[in-house]
Design a protein around this ligand. Sequence first.
Ligand code: ZN
Length: 484
Amino acid sequence: MITIPGSLQTVGDTEYFLAQERLTRRPGERYLGVRGPDRDFTDLHNSTEGVRYYALSEANAAGMRQRLGWLNPASLGAGLSFGFGDRLGLATPGHIQALRSVLGRQESAFKPVFAQQSVRENARTERTPQQVLDDAMWGAFQEGWGQPWGADADHLKEVSSFSAFVRAGYSFFTVDPGDYVDAGADIESLSQLKVKAAALPWDILHSNPDENRAAYVGQSLNLDGMPLEVDEAAYLRAAAKYGQAIAHVAKMYWALLECKPDGFDFEVSVDETETPTSILEHFYIASELKRLGVRWTSLAPRFPGRFEKGVDFIGDLVQLEREIAWHAAVVRFFGNYKLSLHSGSDKFSVYPLLARHAERNVHIKTAGTSYLEALRVIAGLDPALFRQILELARQRYPIDRQSYHVSADEGQIPLAADLADEALSGLLEDFHAREALHVTYGSALAQFKPLIIKILEAHPQRYMETLRSHFERHLAPFIKQAGA
Ligand SMILES: [Zn+2]
């Protein structure tokens, strides 16, 4: 067994640390090492030279959380934060190294969310909310993180999804009312909009059509020097498009308050809807939620342009910057939440814009990009396995892409057979191969997960280094801006 440096923690007379097995069927597999009088763990693996080694089981994870308070996810509140989704459960140490490398001693300048998975991702990776949280926790323990970190139950659509995440100890809840957003309102006539606005669930919204209309129509808002006039049509469009969604968010918030009274971060995300969220619509959502007593930490509008998975922004950057400046002004008007960027992986041209206009009122979510970096490691260490994963991606892409916003064309993915082993990792820079590999993770893991995990466990340093340099590029633009 090799003790992992940096993992050692002492509580009372007992030392706790992570260790790696050298000579087993799974080289690099990690265990919890315990030296001292504390014997209250289960799943003993072996015991040698006064140290007992235990499996990283659910019970032992819960035991460590009782002993070290910082291993429990915490609500992070205001200020720059970053979500590191991890579909394999081995990426947190690399994420922490990237944070440390960019932040130096100012580790707290960026608040991390180490566990972040949606119900959809959990279904595709066949992991439970508890497993996702425990994996991130062991990663934080391994690195001796010692500071607050969050766990995000992402894209929850119904109240019934809460309980498994609340039970597991999640601290951040992202509610997605996208199914209740009425994109048709964007193009409907005034009379159609009036009918829709009248039919909103006003009992849940604690208002009525006349009162609500009077609160907005005719207002001249001053958003940090940017004037915004609210006319009848714009108001009705906002109400018809988002009214049902606002009611749904309020219902979910009230339900969550009941099952988790001890505080949490709450995000409202409408990013996965058909049409962009206008500035007035953002204002309307925020104003209505505030009136209803909802307290949210971040809000993810649907920005204009295309935010596809694992690739940079596609669209008009000048227009996007103008919109981000306005959205940031709405945030400052209400003054107490962050703009959240979903599908935030690899959006290198967007980070400087967010940093410039929203400064520290930003939350970024990434997920699949850590999986892609794992594939980069596989391409270097096991070209034959990578070729199989790529071939599977080519076959599965037309089916697996359906629930994602992606535009890659499987016909344009280079043929692995034409490439030398050394050239394979270059496919992670190819737009078509990258998106196809990104959205087919569920299919790839169903077939190859044990092989992928085995390689990453056996070469932890290489995976960490790869993640570190990748995430430095995600984090640095925000730190430069803050002058930290
Ligand atoms: Zn999203």
